[in-house]
Design a protein around this ligand. Structure first.
Ligand code: MN3
Length: 194
């Protein structure tokens, strides 16, 4: 069975004005879709051709891994945002953040600094492992699953994620993510699933 592009959890204009429909049309419709096209081409005739995406992400390497990981990462990223999201988490999610970082404000400060400071292309994650919650940086297509950690929330800081809307101002994009987009309900579900 071919790898497929998962549908978006909302309309392409749903995150405006923080992420424009134009950005979504390129980011989802060209970049995310492109990774699916590439993976199907690269995996054809290999041991990965009929594998589940998660198995490919766990076990493959090289270009097959990179494209599979980017499919996984983007699918997780769309779900890490929601219309009317952002602001402070509540309930168990808030308690876990406060335990790990001292306060929600301190978490925001550390997360923003990490996302703004990541050199080049990559992802900034909130992850969980047996030590608790941490902020994790991954370059390019890399992801927490490859490092024994569980993803709770992610922001894509590749330039294609924000350049049409924010140009070089990555800090403004990250601030919009934290203030208006971060899907804390999704993060809480991922926390509870552990
Ligand atoms: Mn991207």
């Amino acid at each position: 069975m071919a790898f497929e592009l998962p549908s978006l959890p909302y309309d392409q204009s749903a995150l405006e004005p923080y992420v424009s429909a134009q950005t979504m049309s390129y980011h989802y419709g060209r970049h995310h879709a492109g990774y699916v096209t590439n993976l199907n081409r690269l995996a054809a005739g290999t041991e990965w051709e009929s594998a589940e995406l998660q198995e490919v992400v766990r076990g493959a390497d090289g270009a097959i891994l990179n494209n599979a990981a980017q499919i996984w990462n983007h699918t997780f990223f769309w779900r890490s945002m929601s219309p009317g999201g952002g602001g402070d988490p509540s309930g168990a999610m808030r308690a876990a953040i406060e335990e790990a970082f001292g306060s929600v404000d301190e978490f925001r400060s550390q997360f923003a600094a990490a996302a703004v400071g990541l050199f080049g292309s990559g992802w900034t994650w909130l992850v969980a492992d047996d030590r608790g919650l941490e902020i994790m940086q991954t370059p390019n297509a890399d992801l927490p699953l490859r490092h024994g950690r569980r993803a709770l929330l992610v922001v894509d800081v590749w330039e294609h994620a924000y350049y049409l809307d924010y140009q070089n101002a990555r800090a403004a994009y990250v601030e919009a993510f934290l203030d208006h987009l971060a899907n804390w309900e999704f993060a809480a579900q991922n926390l509870a699933a552990g």
